[in-house]
Design a protein around this ligand. Structure first.
Ligand code: RIB
Length: 329
């Protein structure tokens, strides 16, 4: 919206396309049944939306980030702008749309396990399309990485990935939430990095995923369909990385008690993006991202839970060793 931040150094900037959602987060021991009213334990209003969370995570991890989205001219839109200002995310490609609502999400967080269930309504960002990508192209063609997810229309995702490819900019697709109808091979072929969680990898491949070896089989299927480096995140089990050179399990980092897993995938993707533009290889990038995700689950909220660079670096020093898996991409 306003060019208040310095231009990122050539090819080191990260352009993120996605949505913002105001997260209305409810803690309770379980979800209510249909027709039931349940007294919960806590409520919080926070900043969310996968794209925005990833932008904030990347900025807090040290990245120079420009975010492409649409928000409404309402109170939740004000929360979005405040969140990005505090994190240092550049908003020149954020459109504020009169008469539209900013996105919002209902989030149930289990007070027993920290696991979550989400309903998200993209609001104004539900109209993101190729025109928004075209407007951001001056930033995109100078970027070091383009990052997106699947909470906005697929036409916007395709336009972003194609534009990045046209300009020789590496791409990262976090295919979240899981696409009901799968994804076309032509779109997978535009992804230099693909980072599904186990649910998304299963939805994309039909491979039932319980173990790292299952995740490896799904990753092999995705690479066979055209994706580049594939990282399947497995929550508490860690992440499986597959590229032409390696098949590796990077174990999750056990830290303080897990209180809220919401946004852990976004923490992972934001940090992974920063490591890539800093020139780290895929394995080092996954280790860095695991450390960031491991920190985020020890805190409540989503954008508010994203770790700062110094914390990630300190956690990385305690990271468990990767485990080589049998099989190649
Ligand atoms: O990945 C977590 C996010 O998903 C939440 O912040 C919620 O807004 C939904 O977009």
């Amino acid at each position: 919206m306003h060019p208040t931040h310095p231009a990122p150094a050539a090819r080191s900037g990260i352009v993120v396309l996605g949505i913002f959602a105001a997260d209305l987060s409810f803690r309770a021991p379980r979800l209510p049944a249909i027709g039931e009213t349940l007294i919960g334990e806590a409520f919080a209003l926070g900043a969310g939306g996968k794209g925005s969370n990833q932008a904030v995570a990347a900025a807090r991890a040290g990245g120079a980030v420009r975010f492409v989205t649409r928000i409404g001219a309402d109170a939740f839109g004000d929360v979005a702008l405040r969140t990005w200002r505090e994190a240092g995310v550049d908003t020149r490609h954020v459109a504020r749309v009169e008469g539209e609502s900013t996105g919002a999400a209902f989030i149930y967080v289990s007070s027993l396990t920290g696991d979550n269930a989400i309903i998200v309504v993209p609001g104004a960002a539900g109209a993101l399309g190729p025109a928004d990508v075209a407007a951001a192209e001056p930033s995109l063609r100078e970027a070091g990485l383009f990052v997106t997810q699947l909470e906005q229309p697929l036409a916007a995702v395709e336009a972003g990935l194609s534009a990045a490819r046209r300009h020789g900019v590496p791409t990262l697709l976090n295919p979240a939430p899981a696409p009901a109808g799968g994804l076309p091979d032509a779109l997978l072929a535009l992804c230099d990095h693909l980072t599904p969680n186990e649910t998304e990898a299963q939805a994309l491949t039909g491979v039932e995923i319980r173990t790292p070896d299952d995740a490896l089989r799904a990753a092999q299927a995705l690479r066979a369909r055209g994706a580049g480096t594939v990282v399947v995140t497995l929550g508490g089990q860690g992440a499986v990385l597959l590229d032409a050179a390696q098949a590796v399990l990077v174990p999750a980092q056990a830290g303080a008690p897990v209180v809220d897993t919401t946004g852990a995938g976004d923490a992972f993707n934001g940090a992974y993006a920063v490591a890539l533009v800093e020139g780290r290889g895929a394995l080092e990038a996954v280790r860095f991202a695991n450390a960031a995700a491991g920190l985020s689950v020890t805190r409540h909220g989503t954008a508010a839970a994203m770790a700062a660079r110094a914390e990630i670096d300190a956690a990385l020093a305690r990271a468990p060793a990767p485990v080589v898996l049998r099989g190649r991409g």
